[in-house]
Design a protein around this ligand. Structure first.
Ligand SMILES: [Zn+2]
Length: 209
């Protein structure tokens, strides 16, 4: 699918300008991928008044090297969607297909798969971090955690998550990589489930055993 140029009207000053939409992004195009991750492809900046706002539209993001394909569908609560023939048939069985509804979720999936982690297990790990925070009666309980990076430092390997409360991102939380591995072994029955088609794998998915 080729990029489409649309004429968009600035909601603040009414001036019209061109905006390029990318219905499909291939991660092999590094420049486009970086622009997307930084949010430049989904932000309209008005040439006249400097107003900026997010422009969201359905988008497919493929990374055939890391073997995943994401379908971003804003303003939807669907748990799975059928997208016929968007991937070559011989690749479909090896590709992890996921449906996401927010840009936070989309970026998180890109980071998880980039770091060669399993998003199903990441959801179980996030669930257990949140439960522990709740049990400890921590003052600020985030609404969600987003996986951000796999960090190697002198104290060892750890996974970093960014908590979000309302619209605010809080200080990152770090857990040892061994916690990820141990939870993986202990909870294998919970997360080692097949995901069929473009489906949502999130906190709710963990609970639907
Ligand atoms: Zn404007």
């Amino acid at each position: 699918m080729k990029p489409e140029v649309k004429i968009i009207t600035c909601p603040k000053c009414g001036s019209k300008q061109q905006f390029t939409m990318y219905p499909s992004i291939n991660a092999g195009n590094h420049e486009l991928r970086e622009k997307f991750i930084e949010g430049h492809l989904t932000t309209l900046v008005c040439d006249e008044c400097g107003f900026y706002g997010v422009v969201e539209y359905p988008m497919l993001y493929h990374d055939l090297d890391e073997k995943f394909s994401l379908f971003f569908k804003p303003d939807s609560n669907e748990r799975d969607v059928k997208l016929p023939n968007v991937l070559p048939a011989h690749l479909v069985k090896d590709i992890r297909m996921r449906l996401v509804h927010t840009q936070d979720d989309l970026r998180e999936k890109i980071f998880i798969f980039r770091d060669k982690l399993d998003d199903r297990l990441i959801e179980v790990v996030k669930d257990s971090i949140l439960r522990e925070m709740e049990a400890k009666k921590e003052k600020v309980l985030p609404d969600a955690l987003y996986y951000a990076e796999d960090r190697f430092a002198c104290e060892g390997r750890s996974l970093v998550f960014v908590p979000k409360k309302g619209e605010e991102y809080l200080d990152p939380i770090k857990i040892p990589f061994t916690t990820y591995e141990n939870i993986g072994k202990m909870m294998s029955g919970i997360w080692e489930r097949e995901v069929v088609g473009y489906a949502v794998v999130d906190a709710e998915w963990v609970k639907t055993v």
